[in-house]
Design a protein around this ligand. Structure first.
Ligand code: FAD
Length: 498
């Protein structure tokens, strides 16, 4: 790219980044395409994208086309997990469903590798790619609440914090995840556990309808009455079927104030805390959400076993429900307090430093038997390194009262998701930083049934088809109808068979 053109395109990107979507779109024509682009197809073949075709694509969009070197390109291609460092050949930042159709048609016609990014929280980096096209939905964010109908209408690139904030402003809420900068789309299409899921079900259980652009570039509405098979598959089948441009969520009335916080106990008492959790979490009322975290932050020797709670039931019952948490061990700190629910939903955002590489394992557990407790405690103690974290994210309640085949998400008997994280500073080098977690997990995995498709790093140990359980054949039929060439493959992939 010539210097003058680079400056033009860099300036255009920088100015555009500071402008709202429509105004940014007006600047896209300044982006220059210099020569053919090297790219890869979904099956890994090297291809060349003609400059004229790419230029035409850029000029036809209302949103942005970003190429390597353009301002904003690096921010788009990056995901939260800094261990992922991929470079798409081109990035589309759509301004609406029309741009998404155009991008999908361009990618399908050339069999391009295609990634779709909402909040960028995919641990495995499936929302970015090397050499393909990325559709980055970060300029496609909006939430509208209809208080009378108790509905939220959410654009396909929105983050959870916006959904929580706008809904709660009307005294209404639905289930969202526990970190507010997670994407609504990625979280909801694969499941959606969170502080209210035991009351209101998974995020996907609250989806009333969706708009989606499928692999043929057509925009469709999916609900119980319209394209019902697609509606069924989208609730648990992840990004397999297209790009969701809009979600309609059912909202529920809820008081703003909840009691939330942590009871922090030294790691030496982990066995006791795990035994408490195994019984108490299994029998908890729906309005108690209770996570257990065993953590030993890198560079410290002071590990903790903490209980993270959010109680959203009647205030007069709070002490009765939460009091026992303080007796799970001898706490060194207790932050349980009445708090604004939206603030509680943001309370874990800061732990997310964006300077670490991460690797995650997950599996569903229907109980926590004594042998699992022993394996967890012994394995955690044996570790010489730090930077390993175990989390039990509470499930059960309303999640379990949905039939396993009512939506594509089948793991309805789980009491919790068990997660293992390895995290390391990006400056670190040497051996595989996830090695110890992988070894530790060998002793834990036998107690799990399948895994959470939103939270898995390594799908080779159990096949994806098995993980979709009784729903796989039906999902495959929907995949074959709406994405026969497996254009949407960067996900917990159902490979088309037509
Ligand atoms: P992205 O990386 O943007 O997208 C992930 C995938 O979703 C893409 O590869 C694509 O296949 C698909 N996708 C994204 N947008 C669209 C779209 N518009 N249409 C179609 N497909 C799309 N999960 C929980 O259930 N509960 C939690 O509390 C929770 N907390 C988390 C906290 C952190 C810090 C992180 C990193 C993850 C957490 N997760 C949680 C896991 C989370 O559900 C997944 O990482 C999820 O994929 C994130 O969605 P995203 O949109 O941010 O991700």
């Amino acid at each position: 790219m010539k210097r003058r053109q680079l400056i033009q395109s860099t300036l255009a990107g920088a100015v555009a980044a500071a402008l709202p979507g429509g105004a940014a779109a007006a600047l896209k024509a300044i982006s220059n395409v210099q020569g053919d682009l090297a790219a890869v197809t979904g099956s890994g073949a090297q291809i060349s994208l003609e400059a004229a075709a790419v230029r035409e694509l850029g000029e036809s969009l209302r949103g942005m086309l970003l190429l390597p070197g353009n301002a904003g390109y690096d921010e788009s291609r990056r995901v939260l997990n800094m261990a992922i460092d991929r470079h798409p050949a081109l990035i589309i930042q759509p301004s609406g469903a029309g741009d998404i159709s155009t991008a999908i048609n361009f990618a399908r016609e050339r069999e391009l590798l295609l990634a779709v990014k909402c909040g960028g929280h995919s641990w495995t980096g499936k929302s970015t790619c090397e050499g393909g096209m990325q559709i980055d939905l970060s300029s496609f964010r909006h939430t509208r609440v209809d208080p009378a109908a108790r509905r939220a209408y959410v654009a396909g690139g929105s983050l959870l914090g916006e959904l929580d904030y706008e809904s709660m402003a009307q005294g209404l809420i639905t289930t969202a995840g526990t970190v507010s900068h997670t994407g609504v789309a990625g979280l909801t299409l694969g499941g959606g556990f969170g502080r209210l899921a035991r009351r209101f079900g998974l995020a996907l259980d609250n989806v009333v309808s969706l708009d989606i652009v499928n692999a043929d570039g057509q925009l469709r509405h999916a609900s119980a009455d319209e394209n019902p098979e697609l509606y069924w598959a989208l609730r648990g089948g992840g990004g397999n079927f297209g790009v969701v441009t809009a979600f309609e969520f059912a909202l529920h009335p809820m008081a703003r104030d909840v009691v939330a916080g942590e009871v922090i106990i030294p790691i030496g008492q982990a066995r006791q805390v795990l035994e408490f959790y195994a019984d108490y979490a299994a029998a908890a009322p729906d309005d108690l959400y209770l996570d257990l975290v065993m953590s030993s932050p890198q560079g410290t020797t002071d590990g903790v076993a903490l209980l993270h709670a959010c109680y959203s039931g009647p205030p007069q019952q709070a002490e009765k429900v939460l009091g026992p948490l303080r007796k799970a061990g001898r706490p060194i700190a207790d932050t349980l307090a009445t708090t604004d629910y939206v603030a509680a939903q943001r309370s874990q955002d800061v732990t997310d430093a964006r300077v670490t590489g991460e690797y995650v394992k997950s599996g569903f557990v229907s109980d926590i038997p004594a042998q699992l407790v022993t394996n967890l405690v012994d394995g955690f103690g044996r570790r010489e390194d730090t930077g390993t974290t175990i989390v039990f994210q509470h499930a059960g309640g309303a999640i379990n009262r949905v039939a396993p085949d009512a939506t594509a998400f089948s793991h309805r008997d789980a009491m919790a998701t068990m997660l293992g994280f390895a995290s390391w500073p990006m400056a670190a080098s040497g051996e595989d930083p996830a090695r110890r977690l992988k070894e530790y997990w060998l002793d834990l995995e036998p107690f799990t049934t399948g895994w959470y498709s939103n939270e898995v790093a390594d799908e080779s140990n159990q096949t994806i088809s098995r993980n979709y359980q009784i729903n796989f054949d039906r999902l495959l039929a929907v995949k074959n109808e709406y994405d026969p060439t497996n254009l949407f493959r960067l996900n917990a992939n159902i490979s088309s068979t037509v």
